[in-house]
Design a protein around this ligand. Structure first.
Ligand SMILES: [Ca+2]
Length: 335
């Protein structure tokens, strides 16, 4: 039954930053892979699953399973908080109400067990589901062909550690997942932030004319209002596109260490006013921080061997991604 194509599961926090929606659309429309399923995490995971489900349906991929995942971080005492538009203008209250509660970790376990060949997991959000999977079923790590991660920082001076979102939204899960022993491909924040979209790409999506394209633009407009900019970074699809065999992400081997701060520090989180934001109480959370350290490869030494993004061909990627998404179906009804 093998197709010869890489079998992929996407774990996403779609509904916050709009780049997840682009990653979903890109993977859904890519014949290079076999899309086995999607899981959602962090916060209102049913709402997030409803967004992914509707987007897949409008892209003609309603056959792809979507399973809502864990709402709270594994990190003890850490609240889930986020700033996004959470599918406003795209999913309805009824869509969310119809979404099953779901158990993403059970789905991951069963998918890995049942798959005749190892699966590639792509995580483009906090790594809570994968961290829980590693906790619950460490024997299944051998069934992970590659763990593709958007997160971490390559140049420690480039981004303050507390601005790194995915790992620091659940430091314990990040440490579990990144040290699980699966082969790692890491798209670091300071590299994959560089591909951006703006008014030109927005217009191309509108011109494409399908209900999925209009839905993505509706969510994009709300996200741009949240961040108060006319452009936004494509961290997630730039990382996920590695699974398509696309050449735009330049990877080099490194030894990866995760350094988990022992003491909680104050992380101030401020978002512009928006009705559906879920900031932590008072805009401040006290938490441990986790940072990534990438060192020269040393196969005989300690630490995790990873392929890490060191550069990215932004123009080539954005053109290819927008072409691929605009190729999506126009004949699916939005109701
Ligand atoms: Ca994300």
């Amino acid at each position: 039954m093998g197709t010869g194509r890489r079998r992929v599961i996407l774990d996403t926090d779609v509904g916050g930053d709009i780049d997840d929606a682009f990653a979903i659309a890109l993977l859904a429309l890519s014949p290079e892979i076999e899309l086995v399923g999607m899981t959602t995490e962090h916060g209102d995971t049913r709402r997030r699953a409803a967004i992914a489900r509707k987007l897949l349906r409008l892209l003609g991929r309603g056959n792809v399973p979507v399973v809502a995942g864990r709402q709270q971080p594994l990190e003890p005492g850490q609240p889930a908080f986020w700033g996004g538009s959470e599918g406003e203008g795209f999913v309805t209250t009824a869509d969310v109400a119809a979404e099953p509660v779901g158990d993403a970790v059970a789905f991951l376990r069963e998918a890995l067990r049942a798959s005749p060949e190892p699966l590639t997991l792509i995580t483009i959000g906090p790594m809570t589901n994968v961290g829980a999977l590693v906790q619950q079923a460490p024997d299944l790590v051998t069934k992970i062909k590659t763990l593709v991660v958007m997160g971490g920082i390559l140049d420690a001076g480039a981004v303050p550690v507390h601005h790194e979102w995915n790992l620091n939204s659940d430091p314990l899960a990040a440490e579990l997942a990144l040290n699980c022993g699966a082969p790692l491909v890491v798209g670091v924040q300071d590299v994959v932030k560089s591909p951006t979209i703006g008014p030109t790409e927005r217009q191309r999506l509108l011109d494409a004319g399908g209900p999925a394209h209009r839905g993505i633009v509706a969510m994009l407009d709300r996200w741009l209002a949240v961040v108060q900019r006319a452009w936004t970074s494509m961290y997630d699809p730039a990382t996920a596109a590695w699974t398509l065999g696309w050449p735009y992400l330049k990877l080099e081997p490194r030894r990866l260490r995760t350094v988990l701060g022992p003491d909680p520090v104050e992380r101030r989180v401020s978002f512009p006013t928006w009705p559906t934001l879920r900031p932590p109480p008072g805009g401040v959370v006290r938490q441990r921080l986790v940072r990534t350290v990438f060192e020269p490869p040393d196969p005989a030494g300690d630490g995790v061997q990873a392929l890490v993004s060191v550069a990215h061909d932004d123009a080539g990627f954005i053109a290819a991604m927008i072409d691929r998404i605009c190729s999506g179906r126009r004949d699916v009804r939005s109701e």
